[in-house]
Design a protein around this ligand. Structure first.
Ligand SMILES: [Zn+2]
Length: 424
């Protein structure tokens, strides 16, 4: 949502030197570990990592390749690498943002808007072992003068916009040609979250963009800011909502309505709470174990003073309880780097917010792993089973019981390569 102040700050701060990745791709064996496999928990497992993939999961008798490095699993939990399903990247050194994500065990990110030069930059980083992977939307679909063009009138001149349903197919085809892996749609006049009403697409155009996206074998997700637009986007056929909405209340049938249309929802409570004047920034600043992995250029976002807000965030947890009751997939996403948020750490905080809003700790872990992989069609990750990419995270404790234990990171692997965290 409020990404422009974030980007402005980032652009003014010099980037720090990139850290070298630990080289090597030796096999690993993790013994006697509790495994959250993306869905459920199994105790006392042995997991073998080899050639970038999960080679085996089982009891003490499974075959272990010669020379495998041993990792102690006792009193620890192995998880699929976490996925943040809603982030944005700075134009300057996007690798820094992806590196910070990885240092917090976020091995995959979903980038919710990016101009073509940024798409190319991010794709060029894909094979680097020291940065999180990224699934990327290119330029989002919006109306002339619509969100987020108000954030940067200069850049807005170069953002292609749509007036009518007849333009949808050409718009989507152009985005696919630019490398969009899914289609982002802005359906929001921003009047609920900000005291300003902007133009937005009509529902017929949203529906036609969704149709075109599906024709091009892409899913379509919508940025919305109020229940009215959320319902409109769902009625227009979107696959998922990139946010929940602010406001004091939600209609009693919202969860059932979302379930009836088969959508997934990324609540992004972290950014909603920031808009409502309840930023997580001050807490992060008091946590040395968090701040030692926050790169200097991202620190000012956490130091931004909380602006008093009359906007209510009461609707969001109510809506989440309805979505859970209606079995709607809820995904963990942050909208980092909005004010008060930071890459990686905010995903761990989002999991805590989701648990406070009514998810079980296990459901919150599902929201950051298998549910997101499934929603965004990333069939090679989000679960611990043979053949999947070895994007992994091992933590002290049991986050399926105590969600804060996701923060107790012992080791991270991206495609089987152990990640050197910046302060290790
Ligand atoms: Zn966003």
């Amino acid at each position: 949502m409020a990404t422009r102040p974030a980007l402005a700050l980032i652009l003014f701060v010099l980037a720090t030197t990139l850290l070298p990745a630990q080289s090597g791709d030796s096999p690993y064996v993790i013994r006697d570990v509790r495994v959250f496999d993306g869905e459920t928990v199994a105790e006392r497992q042995t997991v073998v990592i080899s050639q970038g993939k999960i080679a085996a999961v089982g009891g003490i008798n499974i075959a272990v390749p010669a020379g495998a490095q041993e990792v102690v699993g006792e009193r620890r939990t192995l998880l699929p690498g976490l996925i943040d399903s809603h982030i944005h990247l700075p134009f300057v050194n996007p690798a820094d943002a992806l590196q910070q994500n990885l240092a917090f065990g976020v091995t995959t990110t979903v980038v919710m808007w990016a101009a073509p030069p940024l798409v190319s930059q991010v794709k060029a980083l894909a094979d680097r072992p020291d940065v999180a992977a990224a699934l990327i939307a290119g330029t989002g679909a919006t109306a002339p003068g619509g969100h987020p063009t108000q954030m940067d009138p200069q850049a807005a001149r170069f953002i292609p916009t749509l007036h009518s349903p007849g333009e949808a197919d050409a718009f989507v085809a152009a985005r696919v040609a630019e490398g969009s892996e899914f289609i982002k749609i802005i359906f929001d006049d921003t009047s609920e979250a900000y005291a300003r009403t902007l133009p937005t697409l009509d529902e017929a155009t949203v529906a036609e963009i969704v149709n075109s996206a599906h024709t091009h074998d892409r899913i379509a997700v919508a940025h919305i800011g109020s229940e009215r637009f959320a319902r409109g986007a769902i009625a227009a056929g979107v696959d998922g909502l990139a946010h929940l909405f602010v406001g004091p209340t939600v209609s009693a049938d919202f969860g059932r309505f979302a379930a009836s249309r088969g959508v997934f929802v990324i609540p992004t409570l972290s950014v909603l709470y920031s808009i409502c004047g309840r930023s997580d920034g001050p807490d992060f600043l008091k946590e040395p174990d968090t701040m030692k992995f926050v790169k200097p250029q991202f620190r000012p976002l956490l130091e931004m003073p909380a602006t008093p807000s009359k906007v209510s965030c009461d609707a969001a947890p109510q809506a989440i309880r309805q979505l859970v009751a209606a079995n709607v997939p809820v995904l963990a996403g942050t909208d980092a780097p909005a004010p008060g948020l930071t890459y990686g750490a905010s995903l761990h905080r989002e999991l805590e917010h989701l648990v406070s809003a009514g998810l079980t700790p296990t459901a919150a872990l599902v929201a950051a792993t298998s549910a997101t992989a499934q929603a965004f069609r990333m069939s090679d990750r989000g679960r611990i089973r043979p053949g999947m990419r070895a994007h992994l995270l091992i933590v002290d404790g049991d986050p399926a019981k105590q969600i804060r234990d996701t923060r107790n990171i012992v080791a991270i692997w991206k495609r089987g390569v152990r990640v050197q965290r910046s302060s290790d």
